[in-house]
Design a protein around this ligand. Structure first.
Ligand SMILES: [Zn+2]
Length: 281
């Protein structure tokens, strides 16, 4: 069982052309090819033809339990109406988490304007994913995207679970400490590469992750995610395969932690059949 906790349906080549259904077909194809059971799709902080809204994404994936949505939030357009819409999606279970993009937008996670977002997460017991580290575009501002900033909101909101995306790359040590110190902070390993890992970078990153686990970050706090379509699922699976960690820990990283955080079950799998599920009982 594998859950990719970090994928997108954005058309990164051309934001002006609509491609939701093509992206969705490609995602399902890649999931089948790589035996990914469930993918969590994160919507963007901006909406344009190439970046479908949360509403459009929910609509396009309705009834497909192997695709779950985490709603991207923009601080620039956050309003009472947006919060009301999010509340409705959370109530009906059509989104399983909320995603913030500090760095892409210039604000700190501790910005008071976000209090209602954290309150929603606490009320509906869904995690908050926070972009952290390098930005895909040079227009991003890195001082807002440092993983150390997640410490403040994690301490101030002990009833909310936080996921630092991308291991806070390149501030992996800082991410490590924030995850280690706070029982409500997790991290995903997505987006470490564009495309495939090169051999050198893969072994460098493998050492970083091994260091993190040796430092005392529990394997319960690390989630498998790719950032597809920016990174390839195939090379990510290879990366995990070559980590050389015990099977029990690998299982936690590959799906158990995500299933717990996002409220997912093996029966949601793309490959679920009544007989395949008996082994999870
Ligand atoms: Zn991403």
């Amino acid at each position: 069982m594998i859950i990719d906790c970090h994928t997108h349906l954005n058309n990164y080549h051309d934001e002006s052309s609509e491609a939701l259904s093509t992206c969705l077909d490609n995602l399902q194809l890649e999931m089948r090819r790589n035996r990914i059971d469930i993918a969590i799709v994160l919507t963007s902080y901006k909406v344009n033809p190439g970046r479908p809204s949360t509403r459009a994404t929910i609509h396009a994936t309705r009834g497909q339990k192997h695709l779950r949505i985490v709603a991207g939030i923009s601080i620039a357009t956050l309003s009472a109406a947006v919060l009301e819409e999010l509340r409705e999606y959370l109530r009906e279970g059509s989104i399983r988490g909320l995603k913030l993009y500090p760095g892409y937008e210039p604000y700190f996670p501790g910005d008071p304007a976000l209090e209602p977002v954290y309150a929603l997460a606490e009320e509906f017991r869904v995690p908050i994913m926070i972009h952290s580290g390098d930005t895909f575009t040079p227009a991003g501002k890195l001082k807002y995207a440092h993983p150390l900033l997640v410490d403040e909101v994690a301490v101030d909101h002990p009833g909310v679970d936080f996921i630092i995306c991308h291991l806070g790359n390149p501030w992996i040590r800082d991410c490590m400490e924030v995850v280690y110190k706070n029982q409500n902070v997790y991290t995903d390993i997505s987006g470490l590469v564009l495309g495939d890992f090169s051999d050198r970078f893969e072994s460098f990153m493998r050492k970083q992750l091994q260091e993190m686990l040796a430092y005392g970050v529990e394997p319960d706090k690390v989630l498998f995610g790719t950032d597809w379509p920016l990174a390839s699922m195939e090379s990510y699976l290879e990366f995990i395969q070559e980590l050389g960690i015990p099977e029990r820990e690998r299982r936690k990283i590959l799906w158990e932690n995500a299933a717990k955080l996002f409220g997912l079950s093996p029966s949601d799998s793309l490959f679920a059949t009544p007989s395949s599920l008996s082994k999870f009982k």
